[in-house]
Design a protein. Structure first.
Ligand code: NAP
Length: 273
């Protein structure tokens, strides 16, 4: 008798450190009684080519991709989705027949809570210009936001993204002077640990009315979101994006819909939020 074969999934990155992805996807496999397992595959850059060979031959049914492979993995896939192409980075691998597809579910993850709120921002201000900001810019453009300004502590980095996405740039010190109806924090400011008391946007900068969206999800209510709420703004915490990007990976791999509340509860428990 042979044991039933489990479908294999996982996450590649280096260093992988602590990741919530195995707990998230394995809980989904359990929920739907799927014979599948999701593992952590710590993969240093010099082993990426070997890993991708294994992905084809084992085969591995799907993978999440994190730092430092999000861009380099693109040369090993057969097809890149328009979203991954817009971001210039892949965070998900899945099979379409015998082709490996690279997608970026952070874009859909970012857009999901704005779509839920039927938000139609006209003027968005993006704080930070790292990897997450690229998914945010791609998402805003897909949503049709016409006026987007990006600012970053290091101006050159913002200018580079502004040129790629054809959006406006201002200096970090000028960020309070832009009147925006959607302000998004893509920096780690406010995150538990050394950054917890920081905010990228001072309380007095919340003029007019709008939505404050923080990509940070630990803690759920950052100094940025607290100040926004006190100024009468609507708020969106980073767990919405995290849950939606994870649910989209799960859907691409299994065709099943992981409930948003299930993911929020699971992550909240893991992080003791
Ligand atoms: P990253 O590529 O390292 O970029 C970090 C950005 O934040 C850079 O623009 C950096 O500016 C800026 N920054 C860092 N420390 C700062 C400080 N003290 N003051 C002002 N600016 C500062 O990181 P990332 O991958 O984009 O991730 C950024 C944050 O988003 C993290 O907290 C991450 O956990 C979160 N995130 C959340 C989700 C989600 O699903 N909710 C998804 C992705 C990322 P410089 O260029 O000047 O260094």
């Amino acid at each position: 008798m042979t044991a039933p074969q489990k479908k294999l999934y996982g996450i590649i990155g280096h260093p992988l450190g602590h990741t919530m992805s195995p707990a998230l996807h394995n809980s989904g496999f359990n929920m739907f009684s799927l014979q599948s397992v999701y593992m952590a595959f710590p993969t240093p850059p010099e082993k990426l080519a070997d890993f991708m060979k294994s992905f084809r031959t084992v085969p591995i049914h799907g993978a999440s991709v994190t730092i430092p492979h999000k861009e380099t993995v693109m040369r090993y896939v057969d097809k890149v989705t328009p979203r991954a192409s817009a971001v210039g980075a892949v965070n998900t691998l899945y099979w379409e027949k015998d082709l490996i597809v690279g997608d970026n579910t952070d874009v859909l993850g970012f857009m999901a809570p704005l779509k839920d709120k039927k938000n139609t921002s006209k003027k968005a201000l993006v704080l930070g210009a790292g990897g997450a900001a690229k998914a945010v810019l791609a998402g805003l453009q897909e949503l049709g936001t016409s006026d987007i300004t990006i600012c970053n502590r290091t101006l050159q980095r913002a200018e580079k993204l502004a040129a790629t996405f054809k959006v406006n740039t201002i200096t970090w010190d000028e960020r309070g002077s832009v009147v925006a109806d959607l302000v998004i924090n893509t920096t780690p400011m406010g995150m538990a640990g050394e950054h917890v008391n920081e905010t990228p946007y001072l309380a007095e900068m919340f003029t007019e009315h709008g939505v404050a969206y923080d990509l940070v999800y630990n803690p759920l209510e950052t100094t940025f979101l607290r100040a926004a709420k006190e100024a009468g703004w609507e708020t969106i915490d980073g767990l919405h994006m995290f849950a939606a990007q994870g649910a989209e990976q799960f859907r691409l791999w299994t065709g099943k819909k992981l409930p948003h509340d299930h993911i929020r509860k699971l992550v909240s428990n893991l992080l003791r939020l």
